[in-house]
Design a protein around this ligand. Structure first.
Ligand code: CAA
Length: 248
């Protein structure tokens, strides 16, 4: 445990729908929360909103798709706040389009932001976790990694890559008290999902057995459980939270 007897959690992509819910939930649960952001305007709004509700979280700038930018960010966090005990690889983007129309930029942006970021962030925090003999790493994947989705060859590839990463790293670091798990949300009520054209979204909702989109807090609750000190026997797993839309 760090000096303040409070574990420090770094959440990437904290300004998004799930990221914001994670900031709130982990702050309520007593963690010292550090939210990563790329967009200054969104970060200012998030800080305002969270302050108003009494959540005192720190926000740090960093481009998760860039290894050196993440290195600087982690150094800043560790020198000004403290060692990172928990990493939630949550940052993600979509560039949906059918494959025949997909540009190299659409592919690279999604792979860099959604998958290479997982290497970039984890690589910079893992050594400290090994030395302190404790760590929790959560990778936020997607239902579409396993199910596939028309228009998402880039996104599904990146999110599927997380499963191999989770399982292999879990094997390597289990002996140091570090767990690595994946959560695979289905369609959650966030800006990302609301950007899907309404007629297509309605068709998707019709395929969800519980009959609705998920709420970001339903993901945050599960993350809070998996990062707790009492969840040390759960590692290398994938938790699907998708209202029954895909069971694997
Ligand atoms: N299955 C079969 N056909 C489909 C289809 C599907 N799921 N979706 C679209 N099509 C068809 C359309 O009906 C249309 O057919 P016609 O040409 O016969 O009219 C055709 O595909 C359109 O094809 P295009 O090649 O022109 O497609 P496009 O490049 O314009 O892309 C799209 C369309 C942007 C992919 C659009 O279909 C779309 O937005 N789909 C939803 C994608 C989606 O679910 N994204 C998830 C975002 S949220 C997220 O990612 C979070 C998470 O983890 C779940």
């Amino acid at each position: 445990m760090n000096q303040k007897n409070q574990r420090i959690a770094l959440i990437t992509g904290s300004t998004g729908g799930i990221g914001t819910a994670l900031c709130r939930k982990l702050s309520e649960a007593g963690y010292r929360v550090v939210g990563n952001f790329r967009n200054e305007e969104k970060a200012a709004l998030l800080q305002q909103e969270l302050d108003k509700d009494g959540h005192h979280i720190e926000l740090v700038h960093g481009d998760v798709s860039n290894f050196d930018s993440v290195g600087e960010m982690v150094q800043t966090v560790e020198s000004t706040i403290g060692p990172i005990d928990i990493l939630i690889n949550n940052a993600g983007i979509t560039r949906d389009t059918s494959f025949v129309k997909m540009s190299k930029a659409d592919w690279d942006e999604v792979l860099n932001t959604n998958l290479n970021s997982v290497f970039n962030c984890t690589r910079h925090v893992i050594q400290g976790m090994v030395e302190r003999r404790f760590g929790r790493i959560i990778n936020i994947s997607s239902i579409n990694a396993q199910k596939g989705q028309y228009g998402q060859t880039n996104y599904s590839t990146a999110k599927a890559g997380m499963h191999g990463f989770t399982k292999s790293l879990a094997l390597e670091v289990a002996k140091y008290g570090i767990t690595v798990n994946t959560i695979s949300p289905g369609y959650i009520e966030t800006e990302m999902v609301m950007a899907v054209p309404e007629n297509i979204r309605e068709r998707i909702i019709a395929q969800i057995p519980v009959g609705r989109l998920g709420g970001p807090t339903e993901i945050a609750e599960a993350v809070a459980y998996l990062i707790s000190d009492t969840s040390g026997f759960i590692t290398g797993s994938n938790l699907a939270i998708n209202g029954g839309q895909h069971m694997s």
